[in-house]
Design a protein around this ligand. Structure first.
Ligand SMILES: O=c1ccn([C@@H]2O[C@H](COP(=O)(O)OP(=O)(O)O)[C@@H](O)[C@H]2O)c(=O)[nH]1
Ligand SMILES: O=C(O)[C@@H](COP(=O)(O)O)O[C@H]1O[C@H](CO)[C@@H](O)[C@H](O)[C@H]1O
Length: 321
Protein backbone atom coordinates (compact mmCIF):
# COMPACT_ATOMS: atom_id res chain seq x y z
CA UNK A 1 0.00 0.00 0.00
CA UNK A 2 1.53 3.29 -1.05
CA UNK A 3 1.69 6.00 1.60
CA UNK A 4 0.61 9.55 0.85
CA UNK A 5 3.80 11.58 0.79
CA UNK A 6 3.77 15.37 0.60
CA UNK A 7 6.54 17.90 0.20
CA UNK A 8 6.86 20.38 3.06
CA UNK A 9 7.46 23.41 0.88
CA UNK A 10 8.03 25.68 3.88
CA UNK A 11 10.91 23.44 5.00
CA UNK A 12 12.22 23.32 1.44
CA UNK A 13 12.10 27.12 1.20
CA UNK A 14 14.21 27.40 4.36
CA UNK A 15 16.73 24.97 2.88
CA UNK A 16 16.88 26.89 -0.40
CA UNK A 17 17.70 29.97 1.66
CA UNK A 18 20.40 28.03 3.49
CA UNK A 19 22.09 27.08 0.19
CA UNK A 20 23.84 30.45 0.37
CA UNK A 21 25.27 30.14 -3.13
CA UNK A 22 26.01 26.40 -2.94
CA UNK A 23 24.63 23.90 -5.42
CA UNK A 24 23.11 20.46 -4.87
CA UNK A 25 23.40 17.39 -7.12
CA UNK A 26 21.27 14.30 -6.59
CA UNK A 27 22.64 11.03 -7.93
CA UNK A 28 20.73 7.78 -8.41
CA UNK A 29 22.88 4.73 -9.15
CA UNK A 30 20.88 2.33 -11.32
CA UNK A 31 21.43 -1.18 -12.61
CA UNK A 32 18.34 -2.58 -14.35
CA UNK A 33 15.87 -0.63 -12.22
CA UNK A 34 13.21 0.00 -14.88
CA UNK A 35 10.47 -0.98 -12.43
CA UNK A 36 11.27 1.67 -9.82
CA UNK A 37 13.62 4.33 -11.19
CA UNK A 38 10.79 6.39 -12.72
CA UNK A 39 8.97 6.78 -9.40
CA UNK A 40 12.17 7.61 -7.54
CA UNK A 41 13.06 10.29 -10.10
CA UNK A 42 9.49 11.60 -10.03
CA UNK A 43 9.66 11.96 -6.22
CA UNK A 44 12.71 14.24 -6.53
CA UNK A 45 11.81 16.05 -9.78
CA UNK A 46 9.61 18.76 -8.09
CA UNK A 47 12.71 19.98 -6.22
CA UNK A 48 14.69 20.54 -9.42
CA UNK A 49 15.38 24.21 -10.09
CA UNK A 50 15.10 25.14 -6.41
CA UNK A 51 16.71 22.99 -3.76
CA UNK A 52 18.15 20.56 -6.33
CA UNK A 53 20.31 21.89 -9.15
CA UNK A 54 20.82 18.63 -11.01
CA UNK A 55 19.22 15.21 -10.92
CA UNK A 56 21.37 12.49 -12.45
CA UNK A 57 20.77 8.79 -12.92
CA UNK A 58 24.12 7.04 -13.26
CA UNK A 59 23.48 4.04 -15.47
CA UNK A 60 25.52 1.09 -14.33
CA UNK A 61 25.33 -0.85 -17.58
CA UNK A 62 21.60 -1.53 -17.53
CA UNK A 63 20.15 -3.75 -20.22
CA UNK A 64 16.52 -2.93 -19.54
CA UNK A 65 14.50 0.31 -19.94
CA UNK A 66 16.15 2.05 -16.97
CA UNK A 67 17.59 4.91 -19.05
CA UNK A 68 14.37 5.55 -20.95
CA UNK A 69 12.23 5.50 -17.81
CA UNK A 70 14.65 7.79 -15.96
CA UNK A 71 14.77 10.25 -18.84
CA UNK A 72 10.99 10.23 -19.21
CA UNK A 73 10.66 11.04 -15.51
CA UNK A 74 12.97 14.06 -15.83
CA UNK A 75 16.45 12.91 -14.90
CA UNK A 76 19.66 13.36 -16.87
CA UNK A 77 21.04 9.88 -17.53
CA UNK A 78 24.83 9.47 -17.63
CA UNK A 79 26.64 6.29 -18.59
CA UNK A 80 29.88 5.16 -16.96
CA UNK A 81 31.77 5.82 -20.20
CA UNK A 82 30.37 9.34 -20.58
CA UNK A 83 31.30 10.25 -17.01
CA UNK A 84 34.98 9.30 -17.23
CA UNK A 85 35.83 8.44 -20.87
CA UNK A 86 39.52 7.92 -20.18
CA UNK A 87 39.02 4.99 -17.78
CA UNK A 88 37.31 1.78 -18.93
CA UNK A 89 34.47 0.98 -16.51
CA UNK A 90 34.29 -1.99 -14.22
CA UNK A 91 31.08 -3.41 -12.73
CA UNK A 92 29.61 -2.44 -9.38
CA UNK A 93 27.85 0.27 -7.42
CA UNK A 94 31.08 1.85 -6.22
CA UNK A 95 32.11 2.41 -9.83
CA UNK A 96 29.04 4.48 -10.73
CA UNK A 97 29.16 6.49 -7.53
CA UNK A 98 32.84 7.24 -8.15
CA UNK A 99 32.03 8.36 -11.68
CA UNK A 100 29.11 10.45 -10.46
CA UNK A 101 31.62 12.83 -8.83
CA UNK A 102 32.91 13.59 -12.33
CA UNK A 103 29.49 13.66 -13.93
CA UNK A 104 28.06 16.27 -11.54
CA UNK A 105 29.02 19.77 -10.44
CA UNK A 106 27.16 20.30 -7.16
CA UNK A 107 29.01 21.49 -4.08
CA UNK A 108 26.91 18.90 -2.24
CA UNK A 109 26.09 15.46 -3.61
CA UNK A 110 23.17 13.36 -2.37
CA UNK A 111 22.87 9.66 -3.22
CA UNK A 112 19.52 7.88 -3.38
CA UNK A 113 19.06 4.25 -4.45
CA UNK A 114 16.84 3.76 -7.48
CA UNK A 115 15.22 0.57 -6.21
CA UNK A 116 13.19 2.40 -3.56
CA UNK A 117 9.53 1.46 -3.30
CA UNK A 118 7.02 4.21 -2.53
CA UNK A 119 9.78 6.84 -2.29
CA UNK A 120 9.22 9.81 0.01
CA UNK A 121 9.91 13.19 -1.69
CA UNK A 122 11.18 14.55 1.61
CA UNK A 123 14.15 12.16 1.58
CA UNK A 124 16.39 14.61 -0.32
CA UNK A 125 15.45 17.76 1.65
CA UNK A 126 15.96 15.93 4.95
CA UNK A 127 19.29 14.49 3.73
CA UNK A 128 20.75 17.74 2.45
CA UNK A 129 19.54 19.74 5.50
CA UNK A 130 22.50 19.00 7.83
CA UNK A 131 24.98 19.69 5.02
CA UNK A 132 23.37 23.07 4.29
CA UNK A 133 22.86 24.13 7.87
CA UNK A 134 26.27 23.18 9.30
CA UNK A 135 29.43 23.67 7.27
CA UNK A 136 31.21 21.42 9.72
CA UNK A 137 29.22 18.43 8.38
CA UNK A 138 30.95 16.51 5.57
CA UNK A 139 28.79 13.39 5.43
CA UNK A 140 25.16 12.77 6.31
CA UNK A 141 23.71 9.27 6.64
CA UNK A 142 20.03 8.42 6.66
CA UNK A 143 18.43 6.06 9.11
CA UNK A 144 14.95 4.55 8.98
CA UNK A 145 12.81 1.58 9.72
CA UNK A 146 13.58 -1.00 7.06
CA UNK A 147 10.70 -3.36 6.25
CA UNK A 148 11.69 -6.67 4.68
CA UNK A 149 9.63 -8.30 1.96
CA UNK A 150 10.77 -11.62 0.53
CA UNK A 151 8.05 -13.26 -1.56
CA UNK A 152 4.97 -13.45 0.64
CA UNK A 153 6.98 -12.98 3.82
CA UNK A 154 6.78 -9.54 5.45
CA UNK A 155 8.76 -8.29 8.41
CA UNK A 156 8.25 -4.64 9.32
CA UNK A 157 11.73 -4.26 10.76
CA UNK A 158 13.66 -7.15 9.24
CA UNK A 159 15.53 -5.19 6.60
CA UNK A 160 19.16 -4.17 6.71
CA UNK A 161 20.26 -7.78 7.07
CA UNK A 162 23.88 -7.17 6.05
CA UNK A 163 23.95 -4.10 8.27
CA UNK A 164 22.82 -6.02 11.34
CA UNK A 165 24.64 -9.30 10.74
CA UNK A 166 27.90 -8.13 9.17
CA UNK A 167 28.60 -4.39 9.22
CA UNK A 168 27.53 -3.51 12.73
CA UNK A 169 29.29 -6.47 14.45
CA UNK A 170 32.50 -5.87 12.48
CA UNK A 171 32.42 -2.13 13.20
CA UNK A 172 32.03 -2.78 16.92
CA UNK A 173 34.98 -5.17 16.70
CA UNK A 174 37.32 -3.08 14.55
CA UNK A 175 35.99 0.51 14.48
CA UNK A 176 33.84 0.93 17.62
CA UNK A 177 33.90 4.72 17.21
CA UNK A 178 31.42 4.17 14.35
CA UNK A 179 29.04 2.02 16.41
CA UNK A 180 26.74 5.03 16.80
CA UNK A 181 26.01 5.12 13.07
CA UNK A 182 22.52 3.62 12.83
CA UNK A 183 22.57 2.67 9.15
CA UNK A 184 26.22 2.46 8.06
CA UNK A 185 25.32 0.77 4.77
CA UNK A 186 22.19 2.72 3.87
CA UNK A 187 22.06 3.84 0.28
CA UNK A 188 20.64 7.31 1.08
CA UNK A 189 23.41 9.65 2.13
CA UNK A 190 25.14 12.82 1.07
CA UNK A 191 28.45 14.58 1.30
CA UNK A 192 30.43 17.62 0.36
CA UNK A 193 32.21 17.56 -2.97
CA UNK A 194 35.33 18.46 -1.03
CA UNK A 195 35.10 15.11 0.81
CA UNK A 196 33.73 12.96 -2.01
CA UNK A 197 36.32 14.13 -4.54
CA UNK A 198 39.23 13.62 -2.16
CA UNK A 199 38.68 10.05 -0.95
CA UNK A 200 39.04 6.74 -2.80
CA UNK A 201 35.87 4.84 -3.75
CA UNK A 202 35.73 1.18 -2.81
CA UNK A 203 34.31 -1.10 -5.50
CA UNK A 204 30.92 -2.74 -5.62
CA UNK A 205 28.84 -2.86 -2.47
CA UNK A 206 31.84 -1.91 -0.40
CA UNK A 207 31.40 1.72 -1.39
CA UNK A 208 29.28 2.76 1.59
CA UNK A 209 31.44 1.23 4.28
CA UNK A 210 34.54 2.59 2.59
CA UNK A 211 33.19 6.13 2.41
CA UNK A 212 31.96 6.02 6.00
CA UNK A 213 35.30 4.90 7.41
CA UNK A 214 37.24 7.33 5.20
CA UNK A 215 34.96 10.21 6.24
CA UNK A 216 35.53 9.32 9.89
CA UNK A 217 39.29 8.92 9.51
CA UNK A 218 39.55 12.17 7.57
CA UNK A 219 37.01 14.45 9.28
CA UNK A 220 36.13 12.87 12.65
CA UNK A 221 32.83 11.69 14.07
CA UNK A 222 31.47 15.20 14.55
CA UNK A 223 31.58 15.76 10.78
CA UNK A 224 29.17 12.85 10.26
CA UNK A 225 25.49 13.70 10.71
CA UNK A 226 22.54 11.31 10.79
CA UNK A 227 18.95 12.06 9.77
CA UNK A 228 15.75 10.13 10.37
CA UNK A 229 13.91 9.50 7.12
CA UNK A 230 11.10 7.44 8.62
CA UNK A 231 10.54 4.26 6.60
CA UNK A 232 12.58 2.97 3.68
CA UNK A 233 11.26 0.19 1.47
CA UNK A 234 13.31 -1.22 -1.35
CA UNK A 235 13.79 -4.40 -3.39
CA UNK A 236 15.15 -6.96 -0.98
CA UNK A 237 17.63 -9.38 -2.49
CA UNK A 238 17.82 -13.05 -1.55
CA UNK A 239 20.29 -14.44 0.95
CA UNK A 240 22.86 -15.75 -1.53
CA UNK A 241 23.05 -12.31 -3.17
CA UNK A 242 23.57 -10.72 0.24
CA UNK A 243 26.37 -13.22 0.83
CA UNK A 244 28.22 -11.87 -2.17
CA UNK A 245 27.50 -8.31 -1.00
CA UNK A 246 28.80 -9.18 2.46
CA UNK A 247 32.05 -10.57 1.07
CA UNK A 248 32.70 -7.25 -0.61
CA UNK A 249 31.84 -5.29 2.53
CA UNK A 250 34.02 -7.49 4.75
CA UNK A 251 36.98 -7.07 2.42
CA UNK A 252 36.67 -3.29 2.31
CA UNK A 253 36.03 -2.93 6.03
CA UNK A 254 39.00 -5.10 6.96
CA UNK A 255 41.20 -3.23 4.51
CA UNK A 256 40.20 0.16 5.90
CA UNK A 257 41.02 -1.19 9.38
CA UNK A 258 44.48 -2.43 8.39
CA UNK A 259 43.58 -6.13 8.33
CA UNK A 260 44.92 -8.10 5.36
CA UNK A 261 42.18 -9.85 3.39
CA UNK A 262 42.92 -13.12 1.57
CA UNK A 263 41.16 -11.70 -1.51
CA UNK A 264 39.84 -15.24 -1.96
CA UNK A 265 36.60 -15.68 -3.83
CA UNK A 266 33.45 -16.32 -1.85
CA UNK A 267 32.40 -19.97 -2.00
CA UNK A 268 28.69 -20.68 -1.59
CA UNK A 269 26.66 -23.86 -1.96
CA UNK A 270 23.39 -23.31 -3.73
CA UNK A 271 20.61 -25.92 -3.63
CA UNK A 272 19.70 -27.19 -7.04
CA UNK A 273 16.03 -26.55 -7.56
CA UNK A 274 13.32 -29.05 -8.26
CA UNK A 275 13.87 -32.42 -9.88
CA UNK A 276 13.37 -32.97 -13.59
CA UNK A 277 9.62 -33.04 -13.05
CA UNK A 278 9.82 -29.68 -11.20
CA UNK A 279 9.24 -31.27 -7.79
CA UNK A 280 11.47 -30.46 -4.75
CA UNK A 281 14.08 -33.19 -4.49
CA UNK A 282 13.57 -35.76 -1.73
CA UNK A 283 17.31 -35.51 -1.07
CA UNK A 284 18.52 -31.95 -1.62
CA UNK A 285 21.41 -31.48 -4.02
CA UNK A 286 23.85 -28.57 -3.79
CA UNK A 287 26.18 -27.00 -6.33
CA UNK A 288 29.28 -24.98 -5.48
CA UNK A 289 29.34 -21.37 -6.60
CA UNK A 290 32.49 -19.20 -6.33
CA UNK A 291 32.30 -15.39 -6.71
CA UNK A 292 35.49 -13.36 -7.07
CA UNK A 293 35.86 -10.29 -4.90
CA UNK A 294 37.29 -6.99 -6.16
CA UNK A 295 39.01 -4.95 -3.46
CA UNK A 296 40.78 -2.41 -5.63
CA UNK A 297 39.70 1.15 -4.91
CA UNK A 298 39.26 3.87 -7.46
CA UNK A 299 41.54 6.80 -6.60
CA UNK A 300 40.16 10.15 -5.40
CA UNK A 301 38.38 11.73 -8.34
CA UNK A 302 40.23 15.02 -7.75
CA UNK A 303 43.43 13.17 -8.72
CA UNK A 304 41.88 11.88 -11.95
CA UNK A 305 39.82 14.91 -12.98
CA UNK A 306 40.95 18.01 -11.02
CA UNK A 307 37.92 19.89 -12.35
CA UNK A 308 35.75 17.59 -10.22
CA UNK A 309 37.41 18.75 -7.00
CA UNK A 310 35.44 20.75 -4.46
CA UNK A 311 35.47 24.56 -4.58
CA UNK A 312 37.54 25.94 -1.69
CA UNK A 313 35.21 26.81 1.14
CA UNK A 314 34.63 30.59 1.38
CA UNK A 315 36.52 31.89 4.39
CA UNK A 316 34.49 33.84 6.99
CA UNK A 317 34.58 37.58 6.19
CA UNK A 318 36.90 38.45 9.10
CA UNK A 319 39.72 36.21 7.77
CA UNK A 320 42.30 38.34 5.94
CA UNK A 321 44.04 36.57 3.02
O1 LIG B 1 26.42 -2.81 -9.94
C1 LIG B 1 25.53 -2.14 -9.39
C2 LIG B 1 24.76 -2.62 -8.28
C3 LIG B 1 23.77 -1.82 -7.74
N1 LIG B 1 23.55 -0.60 -8.26
C4 LIG B 1 22.50 0.26 -7.70
O2 LIG B 1 22.79 0.52 -6.34
C5 LIG B 1 21.57 0.59 -5.58
C6 LIG B 1 21.62 -0.41 -4.44
O3 LIG B 1 21.86 -1.68 -5.02
P1 LIG B 1 20.99 -2.95 -4.52
O4 LIG B 1 19.56 -2.59 -4.52
O5 LIG B 1 21.44 -4.12 -5.33
O6 LIG B 1 21.49 -3.13 -3.02
P2 LIG B 1 20.54 -3.41 -1.76
O7 LIG B 1 19.76 -2.15 -1.58
O8 LIG B 1 19.69 -4.59 -2.10
O9 LIG B 1 21.50 -3.67 -0.66
C7 LIG B 1 20.44 0.32 -6.56
O10 LIG B 1 19.92 1.57 -7.00
C8 LIG B 1 21.13 -0.40 -7.72
O11 LIG B 1 20.49 -0.22 -8.96
C9 LIG B 1 24.30 -0.09 -9.32
O12 LIG B 1 24.09 1.04 -9.78
N2 LIG B 1 25.27 -0.89 -9.86
O1 LIG C 1 21.74 -2.57 4.59
C1 LIG C 1 21.75 -3.76 4.20
O2 LIG C 1 21.88 -4.72 4.98
C2 LIG C 1 21.62 -4.10 2.71
C3 LIG C 1 20.50 -5.15 2.48
O3 LIG C 1 19.30 -4.61 2.95
P1 LIG C 1 17.99 -5.54 3.08
O4 LIG C 1 18.32 -6.62 4.09
O5 LIG C 1 17.67 -6.09 1.72
O6 LIG C 1 16.93 -4.58 3.59
O7 LIG C 1 21.29 -2.91 1.95
C4 LIG C 1 22.24 -1.88 1.93
O8 LIG C 1 23.52 -2.34 1.65
C5 LIG C 1 24.17 -2.03 0.42
C6 LIG C 1 25.67 -2.21 0.63
O9 LIG C 1 26.19 -1.17 1.42
C7 LIG C 1 23.88 -0.62 -0.07
O10 LIG C 1 24.50 -0.40 -1.33
C8 LIG C 1 22.40 -0.51 -0.21
O11 LIG C 1 22.08 0.81 -0.70
C9 LIG C 1 21.71 -0.71 1.10
O12 LIG C 1 20.32 -0.91 0.79
Amino acid sequence: MSSVHVIDWAEVAELVEAKDGRTVSVVLPALNEEATVGDVVASIRPLLGGLVDELVVMDSGSTDATAARATAAGARVVTREEAVPSVPPKPGKGEVLWRSVAATTGDLIVFVDSDLIDPDPMFVPRLVGPLLRDRGVSLVKAYYRRPLRIGENRDEGGGGRVTELVARPLLSSLKPELSTIIQPLGGEYGGTRELLSSVPFAPGYGVEIGLLIDAYDRCGIDAIAQVNLGVRKHRNRKLTELGVMSRQIVGVLLGRCGVVDSRAALTQFVEIDDDDAGRPRAVPQFVRSDTEVDLTDRPPMASVMPSAAGRPRPQPAHVTR
